[in-house]
Write a protein that binds this ligand. Sequence first.
Ligand SMILES: [Fe+2]
Ligand SMILES: [Fe+2]
Length: 302
Amino acid sequence: MDNVKKEMLIDAYVARATPMPTLPASAVRILELSKGDETDVEEIADAVMTDKVLTARMIRLVNSAFWGLRRQVTSIREAIVYLGLHQIRSIVLTTSLFNTFESKNPHFDVTHIWEHGLGCAMISRRIAKMAGYKDLEKAYIAGLMHDIGKVILSQYSLQEYDRVLELVRLGDHTFYDAETEILGVNHTDFATWFKTQWGFAEELAEVIAMHHSPEKAVLDPYLVCIVNLADLFSSLRGLDYEMTQNMMVVFREEYAWKKIVELSPNLEQTDLKRFTFELDAMIDEVKQTVQEIYHQQDDAEV
Ligand SMILES: [Fe+2]
Ligand SMILES: [Fe+2]
């Protein structure tokens, strides 16, 4: 199918999500505020606290073991002080996305989507750190957002997506293949749409477009490879929308691994077994955090 036809199809799918979800105003304001170097912590804390659900979810996420704080924080001010603004941006973005895309499809629980997203975010950040990649928060955000096209398709093209799920559940199709077969487009085709409509950075759009074909990346191939590995690892460990697909992966033989070794030749010596044990610990943490975040919202709304 040519690109023009694909774009028409994408527009048609997005049109069903009317009005198209947008990040809450409070989140947009916080992301703006935390961009500058001379940011006022009080001002950010005030902006967060205008949104009760966001505040509760942020505190839960900040206290997840992943961020490595030595003590539990109980307020947004403390969270900003202990974590710093870069990490707060990642946390605001994560919780805002959780808030923006609540479940619409009864057959495809949005919780699984965010388990996969948060898992890939955390693992991407960890791989980026190990590989000496320049921007850890960028790696986290790219991991979080790589399947955002799947959120749109699964939550707003309900009937067709049920057929996609059926094919994946049968076990011989990946999401990518099943979406292409049933819908004519797949979740990676949404990259351009998010770039033009939501103003996503070029590198982030490239991750969305190429995370299943990292060898095609040109703008920031290391970033795409990091997310590709995080995605594979998450799927292997069951953070895969509850659709464990039969797969065999030997990391050292993956294109993405070989590319990252170019960035950091010391990785050749990495004890991959030990490293995967460390990642394993994150998987349960991710599941628990996502469950608690969604659960917490119920409490906050009462
Ligand atoms: Fe994907
Ligand atoms: Fe994925």
